[in-house]
Design a protein around this ligand. Structure first.
Ligand code: PLP
Length: 452
């Protein structure tokens, strides 16, 4: 054996930030514009805080996901998850891109109808569908994804008064190797509940079982779990074909692909660690293609991806209210936005960038919101250059769930604008007013007057 050649060792220094006596620097340039619209101008025109949505990012992310799936599988349909962001203008961008609607409540169902989505292109998920809502969904030929047996029995009962065969799927939950398992929704695969539901649906013969659905979790960082889920749904579909001679038309793999946010406690940033959408597409399509479907019976693949498509399209602009020293010497910065409108601050370390020029010094600080409660922490520890009262920041990757889970606590919810493909800002949700809130309150007559 030839002697191995000596190779001089090389140590390469990797910088995650420039050290200074207060810690590492993470921001190098101010974030002054979004798709060509100036941050300062947006805040001047629409106020602070302000949510900004980039239409370009929505379209880019969607086209990328569409490419990832359509280059691997012949029949793909995206279905926009309303609860991730149901501002009508946002939904309409997805509808223009060809997405159907996925809703989890009667309110969302009616919102989709009102936007002009045909009933047959609405998927109705969720455990709480009222009799009236189910009736409406049956009449509109919507796809009803049954969550539990009580819902199944209600639908069977309804078919005696509505002369229509409902189109249904069942939601299936299963062990994909990720714990805790999301087993509170739908019927379990391993313990036979899924078969119970399938047998009842087929043998009562009142509705058409057109699909199988799963949604295995949210912010799932393991694409392999989707491979397992797709294999189990495929197995079920093929077994239904064999037992009853019925072809399942679609497999709906739900959502839950991770966005590029950084989960609290992660060492590395989500931008570096989140799997690309191609990895999820590869795991899912490989499982279905290898399951053994006849070519002409290959099910359509439905995807209800939410956060992975919209999170990076959303920004929150805000303003520094004050700086102070805490009793332990730490610096605290108080912002004009808190967990009331940035609900996702509870589980993400959002990236925050100053919106104006800054010095190269940094200091660790706690970033608080304006609410009068101790839990109102935007970032427990963030390394930023010193900012003064009135300075602005841009919070990144906030497009998913914040505009649906925000709460009206102490103050009014901010406006939302969308920057179009040409860099023009459009108001898509007005800032709330006192009369919006007052409108739903009632005052009993005897409480109308008082003297102080
Ligand atoms: C919430 C939800 C989605 C979307 O989940 P994301 O994590 O935003 O991708 C899809 N399908 C169902 C049934 C859901 O409940």
């Amino acid at each position: 054996m030839a002697k191995l050649q000596y190779e001089r060792p090389l140590i390469q220094k990797l910088n995650t930030g420039t050290m200074n006596k207060f810690g590492t620097r993470t921001e190098y340039r101010p974030h002054t514009e979004i798709d060509g619209a100036k941050v300062e101008d947006l805040m001047k025109e629409f106020g602070s805080p302000l949510f900004v949505i980039s239409e370009k990012t929505i379209r880019d992310k969607f086209n990328d996901a569409n490419r990832a799936f359509k280059t691997r599988y012949p029949k793909v349909q995206f279905v926009w998850s309303y609860k991730t962001n149901y501002i009508a203008a946002v939904c309409n961008v997805y509808h223009q891109l060809g997405s159907w609607s996925e809703v989890v409540s009667g309110f969302e169902y009616n919102k989709a109808l009102k936007s002009g989505v045909p009933g047959s292109k609405i998927i109705f998920n969720g455990p709480d569908k009222t009799v009236e809502e189910l009736k409406l969904a049956i009449e509109n030929n919507s796809l009803i994804h049954i969550d539990h047996l009580d819902e199944l029995y209600t639908i069977i009962e309804l078919t005696s008064e509505i002369q229509k065969r409902p189109k249904v799927a069942i939601r299936v939950n299963m062990d994909t190797g990720i714990y805790p398992m999301w087993d509170r929704f739908g019927f379990n695969y391993e313990n036979g509940q899924a078969w119970d539901a399938i047998n009842k649906i087929v043998l009562t013969d009142k509705m058409d079982l057109v699909g199988l659905h799963c949604h295995i979790g949210t912010f799932m960082l393991a694409p392999s779990a989707y491979g397992v889920a797709a294999a189990k749904l495929s197995e079920l579909a093929l077994a239904i074909r064999k037992k009853y001679g019925k072809t399942i038309q679609y497999l709906d793999m739900g959502g839950g692909f991770a966005s590029k946010n950084t989960l609290k406690g992660s060492f590395l940033s989500g931008a570096d660690t989140t799997p690309p959408i191609d990895d999820y597409a590869e795991a899912i399509t490989t499982s279905i293609l290898n399951a053994g479907f006849l070519e002409e019976e290959l099910p359509t693949l439905y995807l209800e991806t939410g956060r992975a498509l919209i999170d990076e399209a959303g920004y929150l602009l805000g303003t520094v209210i004050s700086n102070k020293r805490l009793s332990d010497g730490r610096k605290a910065t108080i912002m004009d936005f808190g967990v009331n409108i940035l609900f996702t601050a509870f589980w993400y370390d959002h990236k925050i960038t100053p919106a104006q020029e800054f010095s190269h010094y940094t200091e660790n600080s706690v970033m608080y919101g304006p609410l009068c409660m101790n839990i109102d922490v935007v970032r427990e520890n963030v390394t930023l250059p010193p900012m003064k009262k009135g300075d602005h920041v841009v919070v990144h990757t906030v497009g998913a769930y914040n505009m649906t889970q925000w709460m009206q606590f102490i103050s009014l919810r901010p406006a939302v604008v969308m920057i179009d493909m040409k860099g023009k800002a459009h108001l898509i949700r007005k800032r709330e007013t006192l009369s919006n809130i007052d409108a739903s309150e009632e005052m009993p007559g005897y409480l109308k007057e008082f003297k102080l």
